[in-house]
Design a protein around this ligand. Structure first.
Ligand code: SAH
Length: 506
């Protein structure tokens, strides 16, 4: 099966830079269920098309190696090698994983801009769901067209086949198109080749973060993506509802819709498909938000000492309080956690991050067991996101959010604020973020460059103070500011810190 992405406009051969795939060199990628080929059927200034061709080995399927339904005729007679399915999503994340993060090095501006893009997905199974092609893709800003086929011309009464060649086109950022395809292809194809577990909930919420909460078909998409497994669908709905609520647009219809969705559901058909492989490419390899502030490596000396100073300042604020339990939101590789562990004052310590890869590294540095807990249960790590309400965030005396807020998309800040200040509501919050004004002191940064490729914004001191004061006021906290690192008279220090205290907290 084939997925083509066409870019029309000016200097469109730059698509090669955005996809990290040279238009003049066809490439082959080994996947554990076959091969993926990337080539460009056309390259010109005005129009460039990249093709991703998937060649699944039907023998592997028949031997039950991947995608097996656990025996029976399905393993021998099936459409898997010929249709766009969850295998295609895995290929997208493996082959275009970097493009999906939006990182594009020298072409960042292009990557951040909406482009005229068209994607054609050949042989998309959409049994009984053809009317959903429009309602799912159009709200995301695409025009939708598809080619359908008569099942057998000799027997017109049999009607049309349930496969279509779907074309969607719109003015959209490439990373968003890839995320939409990744999530929505398996929504139409119900036979997933990987085990659907709670990781898939995290992945769906993360890849859907910018568009799923407001999508009119969010129940349908969530239900189908998770194969309508009741517990997972409920988990996703709860978190989506929380995010909605956090966006101040509580949607009372959620519950009803969720129930309706699952009732007709349990067909068990797909669950057998698992072979233990999880569709983790998008979860752990390419789509994590690395903790390594690599842009700062040129200033390694400064960075090391700045990081140490920052952690020192956070620890001091925590030790000055009577906090016994601390949670580090966006803990990355666990640098702060390692310092907290050394302080006996802290009897309960938790670290959370959206990146499974960062948590794995934190786990091995902290020498925890496989489920992320140490022997006496004092330290715990878990996977979640700060933009969704999560009961596990509550009950701590203090929370740290160290160099994390600038990684959140600005439109999600309101959700973050409510998740942290309203729902988790710890008595003490220590939050740090870069001071943008100081960037002028970094020789490797030019003009409006940010310190790290994944930063969505950086604030001046006035911007940070305004946000912090407004947020503190809104949720009944007070806030005190300080600066961390070498101070420049005009531009201040590299890191700014806010310590928020819950008012009237006994
Ligand atoms: N606090 C750490 C890491 C900072 S880097 C330190 O000071 O060293 C930013 C971290 O925020 C990354 O580990 C990234 O994965 C995490 N992050 C980004 N978005 C997040 C979200 N929505 N929820 C939780 N963590 C997030």
């Amino acid at each position: 099966m084939l997925l083509t992405i066409t870019y029309t406009g000016k200097d469109t051969e730059n698509l090669g830079y955005l996809l990290y795939k040279n238009p003049y060199r066809p490439q082959v990628f080994e996947l554990n269920y076959g091969k993926a080929y990337v080539f460009y059927p056309e390259v010109s200034g005005e129009r460039t098309t990249a093709a991703l061709l998937l060649d699944i080995d039907p023998i592997d399927l028949a031997r039950g190696k991947v995608g097996s339904s656990g025996g029976g005729l399905f393993d021998y007679v099936n459409d898997r090698p010929y249709v766009s399915s969850s295998f295609m999503s895995t290929a997208i994340s493996k082959v275009y994983g970097t493009a999906m993060t939006g990182r594009a090095d020298a072409h960042q501006e292009l990557s951040d801009s909406p482009l005229d893009l068209e994607a054609t997905i050949t042989m998309l199974p959409c049994r009984g769901a053809r009317d959903k092609l429009e309602t799912v893709f159009e709200p995301l800003g695409y025009s939708v067209s598809y080619e359908s086929f008569i099942l057998d011309e000799a027997f017109p009464s049999w009607g049309e086949s349930s496969y279509v060649n779907l074309t969607i086109s719109g003015n959209i950022r490439l990373r968003d198109l890839l995320k939409h395809l990744f999530v929505l292809i398996p929504v139409f194809d119900r036979q997933k080749h990987y085990w659907i577990g709670s990781d898939e909930v995290e992945k769906l919420l993360r890849l859907g973060e910018d568009w799923l909460p407001d999508h009119p078909e969010k129940e349908y998409i969530t239900g189908r993506y998770l194969n309508r497994r009741r517990s997972l669908v409920n988990m996703a709905f709860e978190r989506l509802a929380a995010s909605d609520e956090a966006d101040s647009t509580a949607d009372d219809e959620m519950d009803g819709a969720a129930d309706g969705e699952q009732d007709g559901a349990a067909d068990g058909e797909q669950d057998g498909a698992a072979d233990g492989e999880t569709n983790d490419a998008a979860g752990t390899e390419n789509l994590n938000f690395e903790a390594d502030e690599s842009g700062e490596t040129a200033e390694r000396e400064k960075k090391m000492s700045l990081k140490d100073q920052r952690l020192g300042s956070v620890i001091a604020a925590l030790k000055n309080s009577n906090a016994k339990s601390v949670i580090d939101f966006g803990c990355g590789e666990g640098s702060l956690l390692r310092l907290l562990v050394k302080e006996r004052q802290f009897t309960k310590i938790a670290g959370m991050d959206v990146s499974a890869a960062a948590l794995e590294r934190a786990n091995s540095k902290l020498k925890l067991n496989r489920v992320g807990v140490n022997e006496d249960g004092r330290v715990e790590l878990f996977h979640s996101s700060l933009t969704y309400k999560d009961a596990r965030f509550s009950g701590y005396d203090a929370a740290c959010v160290i160099e994390v807020i600038e990684h959140l998309d600005a439109p999600r800040l309101n959700a973050f604020e409510r998740v942290l200040f309203e729902f988790a509501r710890p008595p003490l919050i220590v939050l740090t973020t870069p001071n943008k004004e100081y960037n002028t002191n970094y020789a490797f940064l030019h003009d409006d460059d940010m310190r790290h490729g994944d930063h969505r914004f950086e604030w001046t001191r006035a911007e940070f103070r305004e946000w912090a004061a407004k947020t503190a006021d809104r949720f009944g906290y007070t806030v005190q500011f300080s600066e961390v690192g070498e101070t420049d008279e005009t531009h201040g220090a590299p890191t700014q810190q806010g310590v928020f205290r819950l008012e009237n907290n006994k």
